[in-house]
Design a protein around this ligand. Structure first.
Ligand code: GRF
Length: 181
């Protein structure tokens, strides 16, 4: 069973849903994340774990992990989730947290990966799916696919289309591995 963490529009969440993956719960750090609307429209349980309501990140992450476990989540997918996760959360889902990032890591980590690639005028950028650790986009890479930077005008659109293909593919493979264990 897959739990998805979101902060934004949720197009990657939508790609997971459209691919028929067993998403059972969606959580966000932001009450106003449009992705939560998509989750509700799909009839999924949603919850918001805002930092404002907790003493610190560790406490928030513990409550979030417990909620996901209560929903029978085995694999956690960060689909545009914009907070780093702390050790108490990572320890609850070892090797079972995946992130999608719009660059060929380790190039261009952080929030502005597409803009940074454009500004650096690299020949090639792409998409990375990786396991999550405490760092900013630093966990072991599971899959990468490259894209030419040109034509620049369509780069963002092409990156997102690639994310929407790659993320469900890797998540499906990980679910199959979980079941085989
Ligand atoms: C994606 O580009 C993802 O790689 C990045 O944040 C964006 C989220 O988009 N981490 P969405 O909310 O899935 O539409």
């Amino acid at each position: 069973m897959v739990g998805v963490l979101v902060s934004g529009h949720g197009s990657n969440l939508q790609a997971l849903l459209d691919a028929g993956l067993p998403v059972v719960a969606v959580a966000s750090n932001r009450r106003d994340a449009p992705a939560l609307e998509r989750a509700r429209a799909a009839g999924l349980p949603t919850a918001v774990f805002s930092l404002d309501c907790h003493a610190d990140r560790e406490e928030r992450d513990l409550v979030l992990a417990t909620w996901l476990e209560e929903q029978a989540v085995e694999l956690v997918v960060l689909a545009g989730y914009m907070h780093l996760l702390t050790k108490p959360f990572l320890d609850r889902f070892p090797e079972r947290i995946v992130n999608v990032h719009p660059s060929l890591l380790p190039a261009f980590p952080g929030l502005r990966a597409i803009e940074d690639a454009l500004a650096a005028n690299v020949e090639t950028t792409g998409v990375t799916i990786h396991l999550v650790d405490e760092g900013l986009d630093t966990g072991p890479v599971l899959r990468q696919e490259a894209l030419p930077l040109e034509p620049r005008a369509t780069l963002e659109e092409r990156i997102h289309a690639l994310e929407h293909r790659l993320l469900p593919t890797v998540v499906r493979e990980m679910m199959a591995e979980c079941r085989a264990r």
